[in-house]
Design a protein around this ligand. Sequence first.
Ligand code: FEO
Length: 393
Amino acid sequence: MNRIKIKNDIFWVGAKDPDRRLFDGLMPLPQGTTYNAYLVKGSEKTALFDTVEPEKVNDLLENLEGIEKLDYLISHHAEQDHSGSIPVVLEKYPEARVVCLQKTKEMLQDLMSVADDRFYVVADGEEISLGNKTVYFMHLPWVHWPETTATYIPEDKVLFSCDFLGSHHSFSSIFAGDNPAVYKGAKEYYVQIMMLYSKMSAKHLDRLNGLDIEYICPSHGSVYDKPRKIIDLYEQWMRGQPENLALIAYASTHGSTQIMAEHLRGALEERGVNVVLKDLLGLPLNELAEVLPDAATIVLGSSVIMAALHPVAFNTAFLLDRLKPKAKFVAVIGSYGWSPAPLKKASDLISSWKAEVVGSVICKGHPGDDAMAELDALADTIVAKHKEAGFFQ
Ligand code: FEO
């Protein structure tokens, strides 16, 4: 049994999954993840907050050893990594009722078989009592599904934030403290899961800022025992301005595009713009993600291969279009053998992101003096754009 006390009859009872390497078949998990479930024992009622990924249900059941009766199973979110073990828990605890929003109930019933009479539906802003503890429900849509819910126990100042504010890792300590690896992972997690919806969901921070919080218990990763720290980081990631920073992300087949990328880096740095250069070949998505909330400009570099952008650059363009980084400016650079058309059309791939395309430098074969001069001119343009936008320090 691995039941960890947080405070006053509130326990972590989830499951660690240190060996999982991909989430949604897409997001790298270099340090695994956890599926956090919490047991809350009130003076009159006992509640389980969420379950775990079904293949880890035995870990959850072990952590519930000695719990003879569950009154409530609070479901914050229908996604299977938190709800997939609900049927097993309901079978073990026949008196337990699933407490959730109507929308969550509908989504759970789309995903699994749970009888109508096992639900107790609550509304946004409603409370249920566990005796000496109150559970207050807050609908936080689009972090990252439409039904996502958080709950708050005012008597203990504990917030259960669901996927919001989470991180993917399975470190030995459940508490975040000041561990920089937790906050680095939280940033990568935010970008890959939440950033797309940040325009709709940033307002949830105002609701959380109105609460007196001692612990934040998310559904993945660490419990935050210094809650202000992660909330302030989310403020910056969701609502802060980008920095005087250019991300140059490139895929180069024979080195010409790489030479262009490296020249542009030097030109920008000489002009006072900070640069992060990422070779996309073999780069895990999380290592690209960590730059995306900060960069004011993103330069995509690609060779032309198979009469198209390099597939890795193409995939990156698609992901940027979906993730919608904060960057206001975008440029394309690259080298081709006989057809420049794929590079000329590259900015079409990011049209829904609505960044301003500030230039492109496309050269045939090895980049010569003309290409280098064009890259210098592109650097001038990026500097001017950063100054105009107020990003230049
Ligand atoms: Fe961790 Fe959206 O599930």
